[in-house]
Design a protein around this ligand. Structure first.
Ligand code: NAD
Length: 418
């Protein structure tokens, strides 16, 4: 499907094709599983603060509707395209299936630079996008959540816009909302916390002593900062962090609490005291025990996969490793990969809890949320590791085949309408 053509979509398709070959999925089933069910592109004109009118482009892709409503984040980034969003939607499908959630995958995005926009413009853009999406979304149709460049405030504006349209309050239209508006305890921390939990579990498979381990983290937003804090709580020393504007390195360990305060003030980790500058390229090949890409896709490529020096690669971002890099990593058994569809699944798992709580208007404590989250991650991790060892296949292939197989089975059970 040419409309989705983009390097990230091609990458998601290559991953799918290789798993489809491994599972011997008949040709007749492949297109149905691979290509998105629906995609929307919308023009979003808004009044800017300087009196001009600017038109942005927004997207939403719903990958499959077989298992329930679609679920997936909304991304604000200058380079968002339909193809990128389609790839992210496909990965959401496999992620929801492998964690046993009753959802298909979706993803949305607006090509914009949220860091450079005044809050009033961001609010107008978010409300206009939500309005344009109203015919295609709903608590039982498609539920959005935060992703790169979006946060609780954006979700609150979306929830308000949808509720105003419906004439009553509908918290279950989005997840990742502020707790005061029907958000879940522990949702903001869920993705990073899940990364920490899974890295700790992977120390069994690798023999790594977590209390003596070091980590480097690319990206210090929602996922990267909480993953770093979560790892630090397990005793890991965080020696390097980068973001879109720079990076910091201290072989003795960075003080994360002070770094958070600095990043909140300076809007970047760069310039933090008691550290040396480091680039993204340097961070990815830095000697460390745990490498956590928590920013963008396609960071680990055939150019640097041979040079990576970690024991555990914890893919907190979506799609950080290209298929070419995967081939190189598969020849480096000393590196244990926690694939993205598993590693960052904590976010959608607690989004699911939030949706359930909203639908029931019955809210859980943070302890309950975290306990249930870890149980789901534990089951998925154990199943994937067992499959990987039994079939002698990489962790990514095991994770994707579990997800893809479940969607295929559901499609077969439902049959093809009409
Ligand atoms: P965020 O916007 O909160 O943070 C993104 C971080 O990445 C920022 O620190 C930003 O400066 C940095 N960044 C952006 N471009 C960069 C570049 N070129 N080099 C280095 N750093 C760069 O976003 P987030 O919610 O933390 O999402 C990060 C990743 O995690 C994305 O791949 C997203 O799809 C994935 N993810 C997020 C969630 C979630 O719950 N938020 C869940 C699952 C997966």
């Amino acid at each position: 499907m040419e409309i989705y053509d983009h390097p990230t979509f091609r990458m998601a398709c290559r991953q799918f094709d290789s798993v489809a070959d491994y599972l011997e999925i008949p040709e007749a089933d492949r297109g149905r599983l691979k290509y998105p069910k629906r995609s929307m592109t919308v023009a979003l004109p808004i009044h800017c603060e300087d009196g001009t009118i600017k038109v942005f482009t927004g997207y939403r892709v719903q990958h499959h509707l077989t298992l329930g409503p679609t679920k997936g984040g909304l991304r604000y980034h200058p380079e968002v395209t339909l193809g990128e969003v389609a790839a992210l939607a496909m990965w959401m499908s496999w992620k929801c299936a492998l964690t046993g959630l009753p959802y298909g995958g979706a993803k949305g995005g607006i090509a914009c630079d949220p860091g450079a926009m005044p809050a009033v413009e961001l609010e107008r853009l978010t409300r206009r996008y939500t309005q344009e999406m109203i015919p295609f979304i709903g608590p039982l149709v498609d539920v959005m959540a935060p992703d790169l460049g979006t946060n609780e405030q954006i979700m609150a504006w979306m929830m308000d816009t949808y509720s105003m349209h419906m004439g009553h309050t509908v918290p279950s239209i989005v997840t990742g909302k502020p707790v005061g508006l029907g958000g879940s305890q522990g949702r903001r921390e869920a993705t990073g916390r899940g990364v920490g939990y899974l890295v700790n579990r992977a120390t069994d498979a690798t023999g790594l002593d977590i209390g003596k381990a070091t980590a480097a983290v690319q990206g210090f937003g929602n996922v990267g900062s909480i993953a770093a804090l979560s790892l630090a709580r397990y005793g890991v020393k965080i020696i390097a962090v980068t973001d879109a504007r720079g990076g910091v390195y201290n072989p003795g360990g960075l003080n994360l609490w002070d770094l958070e305060k600095h990043a909140a003030r300076a809007k970047t980790v760069a310039g933090f005291a008691e550290s040396e500058p480091i680039t993204n390229e340097q961070l990815l090949v830095l000697p460390c025990d745990i490498l956590v890409p928590a920013a963008l896709e396609r960071q680990i490529t055939e150019a640097n996969a041979g040079k990576i020096q970690c024991r555990i690669l914890a893919e907190a971002a979506n799609g950080p490793t290209t298929p070419e890099a995967d081939v190189i990593l598969s020849q480096r058994p000393e590196i244990f990969v926690i694939p993205d569809v598993l590693c960052n699944a904590g976010g959608v798992v607690v989004s699911y809890f939030e949706w359930v709580q909203d639908l029931q208007s019955f809210f859980w404590s943070e302890t309950e949320v975290v306990d249930k989250l870890f149980r789901i991650l534990e089951t998925a991790y154990t199943q994937i590791l067992t499959l990987s060892r039994k079939q002698k296949i990489p962790m990514r292939q095991a994770a994707l085949s579990m997800g893809i197989k479940r969607v295929l089975e559901a499609k077969r059970m439902r049959g093809l309408f009409p």
